[in-house]
Write a protein that binds this ligand. Structure first.
Ligand SMILES: *Cc1c(COP(=O)(O)O)cnc(C)c1O
Length: 463
C-alpha cells in the first residue's frame, strides 16, 4: 500500500537511552540455573541476556511518554492526568465510564465481583489464566469456546482466536441466559498462541449476545496487534487504519478490561471501561475500597499520562508492521532450524513445539521445560514453559497427568530488542536443535500445591 522505502522491515525508532546487557559464560549460567533449582522464574534477571519471559510490563517507553510523565498531576482527586487518560480511553473505546486500575487483573476482579455470582457461567473464546482464576474465585465457571482451527496447532487459518459461535449459542441453551451474566472475548488470544479474532466473528458473537440481552466484554490487552491482523488478513479491511479497526472492535462491546502493560506501552497499569452507568457506579465503589479514588485507581498521575500517550502511539501502522513481523521473523528462524512452532506466529510471541521436537522426552519429564533450560544454558535466552510443568497434575503413579501441549513461549517485549537480538535468539535455537537427541528431561524435587511452575524445584535426569 505504501512504504516504498522499506526493504527490510526496520525498527521504526532510534535509540535515545540504552541499558547494557550482561554477558555470562556457560559455566556461570550452569551455576545460576542450579542455584535457581532449575526453575527459570527463580533466576536473577542480571543472569539473563535476552529475556523473553513475558511481554507484560517489559516494553520501552517513548520519549513522548517520558516527557508526559513530567506533566503528571498527582492530585488525589480531580487530577488533570486522569482527564487526559479518560479522554484517550473514551475516544478509543467509545465506552462512557473509564475506571483506572493498577493492572488488568484488578479490573477483572472488580468487574466479576459486581457482575458474576456463584453458579454463573462465563463463556469466552479462551480465558486468560488471571481471568479464569478471578471468575472461579466468584464460584462461577469459566468456559472456553475456541473455534476448531484454534485448537489445531498446525492450521494456518488466519483467525485462530475466533469464538465458536455455535458453541456459544449452545451454551445459552444449556445453561440459560439467567446463568450467563456476560460473554468475554480475548483479543488477541494469549492462551491460544496470540492468535487474532476477526471483526466478523466479533460481530457474530455480538449478535448472539443481543439475542439474549447479555453484555459483551472484551479482554482487550492486545487490541492493537489484533487490529493489525484484521487489516492484514480480513477481507475488506486492507485499506483501513489499525486505529479505525480497533475503534470498531471496541464499539461492538459493552465494556472492556485491559492490562495496559501490553498494548498500553506501560510498565504498570490497567483499565475497566463500561457503558452501564449503574454497574460502573458499583465498580467505582469497590475501586475506592481496594485500589484508590476513581481519578487514579492505584496509579500515579504520571502513570496515567504515560499510558494515555502509549495508547495513542500503539496503533501506528509502522510500529505494528514491525511488531508483528518480528514474531513472524523469529518463527521463520525456528523453522529453518527444523524447530516446529504453533502456526502462524502470534502477535506477541512465538511458541516452540517441544513435544514434536523432543519425542524422546515423555510429558512427565517436562520436555518444554527441558528445552527452555537448554535455551538459557546455550545462550542466556529466557522463555517460559507452557506444558505439563505449568498445567499437569501429580497422580498416584508418580507420572503427571500430561498437558495437551508442550510449548516454550518466547514473548517479545515491545520496542526493546533489535533484529540482531532476534537473529541471535535464532542462532541459539538452532544450536540447541542441532544436539536435540542429547537433551534430557527433568524431575520435580519439590512443588507447592497450586501454580507449581512459579516455585517448583527441579533436577535434570541422568543421561
Ligand atoms: C496480561 C493479561 C491479563 C492480566 O493482566 P495483568 O496486568 O497481568 O494483571 C488478562 N488478560 C490477558 C489476555 C492478558 O494477556
Amino acid at each position: 500500500m505504501d512504504a516504498p522505502l522499506q526493504r527490510t522491515i526496520i525498527e521504526p525508532f532510534r535509540i535515545k537511552s540504552v541499558e547494557p546487557l550482561r554477558f555470562t559464560t556457560r559455566g556461570q549460567r550452569e551455576a545460576a540455573l542450579a542455584a535457581a533449582g532449575h526453575n527459570l522464574f527463580a533466576l536473577r534477571s542480571q543472569d539473563v541476556l535476552i529475556d523473553l519471559l513475558t511481554d507484560s510490563g517489559t516494553g520501552a517507553m517513548s520519549a513522548e511518554q517520558w516527557a508526559a510523565m513530567m506533566r503528571g498531576d498527582e492530585s488525589y482527586a480531580g487530577s488533570s492526568s486522569f482527564e487526559r487518560f479518560e479522554g484517550v480511553v473514551h475516544e478509543l473505546t467509545g465506552l462512557r465510564h473509564v475506571i483506572p486500575t493498577h493492572q488488568g487483573r484488578a479490573a477483572e476482579r472488580i468487574l466479576f465481583t459486581e457482575a458474576v455470582g456463584a453458579g454463573d457461567v462465563v463463556p469466552s473464546n479462551s480465558h486468560f489464566d488471571t481471568t479464569r482464576a478471578n471468575i472461579e474465585y466468584q464460584g462461577a465457571e469459566a468456559l472456553d469456546l475456541l473455534c476448531a482451527e484454534g485448537r489445531d496447532m498446525e492450521s494456518e487459518a488466519p483467525f485462530k482466536g475466533d469464538m465458536d459461535v455455535e458453541a456459544l449459542e449452545a451454551a445459552f441453551e444449556r445453561h440459560g441466559r439467567e446463568r450467563i451474566p456476560l460473554v468475554m472475548v480475548t483479543i488477541t488470544n494469549n492462551s491460544g498462541g496470540g492468535q487474532p479474532v476477526s471483526l466478523a466473528n466479533l460481530r457474530a458473537t455480538r449478535a448472539v449476545c443481543d439475542r439474549h440481552g447479555i453484555p459483551l466484554i472484551l479482554d482487550a490487552c492486545r487490541f492493537a496487534e489484533n487490529a493489525w491482523f484484521v487489516v492484514e488478513r480480513e477481507e475488506g479491511h486492507a485499506d483501513r487504519s489499525p486505529r479505525e479497526v480497533a475503534e470498531e472492535a471496541f464499539r461492538l462491546a459493552d465494556g472492556c478490561t485491559i492490562s495496559l502493560k501490553k498494548d498500553g506501552f506501560g510498565n504498570i497499569g490497567g483499565v475497566l471501561a463500561l457503558n452501564d452507568g449503574e454497574l460502573a457506579r458499583r465498580c467505582r465503589n469497590l475501586l475506592i475500597l481496594t485500589e484508590g479514588f476513581p481519578t487514579y485507581g492505584g496509579l500515579a498521575g504520571r502513570d496515567l499520562e504515560a499510558l494515555a500517550q502509549g495508547l495513542l502511539e500503539v496503533t501506528d501502522p509502522d510500529y505494528l508492521r514491525y511488531r508483528v513481523r518480528t514474531a513472524e521473523y523469529l518463527a521463520e528462524r525456528a523453522w529453518s532450524a527444523g524447530v516446529p512452532t504453533v502456526r502462524p506466529a502470534g502477535g506477541h510471541a512465538v511458541y516452540l513445539d517441544a513435544k514434536a521436537m523432543l519425542p524422546h522426552i515423555p510429558a512427565h519429564q517436562y520436555p518444554a521445560h527441558a528445552l527452555a533450560c537448554e535455551l538459557y544454558l546455550e545462550g542466556g535466552v529466557r522463555g517460559v514453559e507452557i506444558g505439563t510443568l505449568m498445567f499437569g497434575r501429580p497422580t498416584d503413579t508418580g507420572e503427571d497427568d500430561p498437558a495437551a501441549n508442550e510449548l516454550v513461549r518466547l514473548a517479545l517485549p515491545r520496542r526493546v530488542y533489535t533484529q540482531s537480538h532476534v537473529d541471535y535468539v535464532g542462532e541459539v535455537i538452532a544450536a540447541v536443535a542441532a544436539r536435540k537427541e542429547q537433551i534430557r528431561g527433568y524431575r520435580i524435587v519439590d512443588q507447592p500445591p497450586a501454580l507449581r511452575h512459579f516455585t517448583a524445584v527441579l533436577e535434570p535426569l541422568a543421561g
